[in-house]
Design a protein around this ligand. Structure first.
Ligand code: TMP
Length: 199
């Protein structure tokens, strides 16, 4: 199984993924826990470039999109596909839905650009995607508590409202794959919601 986790900043993805990881391992599954952008040494370098706030120039929206897919291509080839081929379960913190939500809905890039990349460079899609949804202010205050903000976290509420609307759009388009979790609940309750779907 290939499961991805999505949502705006500070909604508790990392906590949920760790809990699901432990749950599946206890069930006897071989599980690979990974993230995007990142998941391989080279893709993690691309992540640093994407998240850094210390650039002397603005990153163009197209560059941002293409770097996301450069990292994804490497991640798919090195980690995701090999794991799926030997029957492991892959838990991925963000995948292509994040590119739609952030680069298309958030930054305003066309869906055509994304479709071209998905059609040509994405060989496997998650069978289940958990979308952790919560009001933007709640997540942003949690993100601020974590410390220094990265290039995305420094965006304004209006940007994240668009990202959230992007996830809502995807949710409506693929109700079978995308499961919405109420991320205003405590971590244990969010985990219970996810496990109910998995069962
Ligand atoms: P993270 O904070 O959840 O680890 O994700 C890093 C940031 O990258 C997050 O702000 C969302 C952003 N992102 C995109 O904009 N597009 C993508 O395709 C992915 C995977 C992440």
């Amino acid at each position: 199984m290939f499961i991805s986790f999505e949502g705006t900043e500070g909604v508790g993805k990392t906590t949920l993924i760790r809990k699901i990881y432990e749950y599946l391992v206890q069930q006897g599954q071989e599980v690979v826990l990974t993230r995007e952008p990142g998941g391989t040494p080279m893709a993690e370098q691309i992540r640093s470039l994407l998240l850094s706030v210390n650039h002397d120039e603005n990153m163009s929206n197209d560059t941002e999109l293409l770097l996301m897919y450069a990292a994804r291509a490497q991640h798919l080839q090195q980690v995701i596909v090999p794991a799926l081929l030997v029957g492991k379960t892959v838990l991925c913190d963000r995948f292509t839905d994040a590119s739609f939500a952030y680069q298309c809905a958030g930054r305003g890039l066309s869906r055509e650009k994304l479709n071209v990349l998905n059609q040509n460079f994405v060989s496997h899609m998650p069978s289940v995607t958990f979308w952790l949804d919560a009001p933007i202010e709640l997540g942003m205050s949690r993100a601020r508590e974590r410390g220094a903000l990265d290039r995305f976290e420094q965006e304004k509420v209006a940007f994240f409202e668009k990202v959230r609307a992007g996830y809502q759009e995807l949710f409506e388009q693929s109700p079978e794959r995308m499961k919405r979790l109420d991320a205003t609940q405590n971590p244990e309750q969010v985990f219970e919601q996810a496990v109910a779907y998995l069962k």
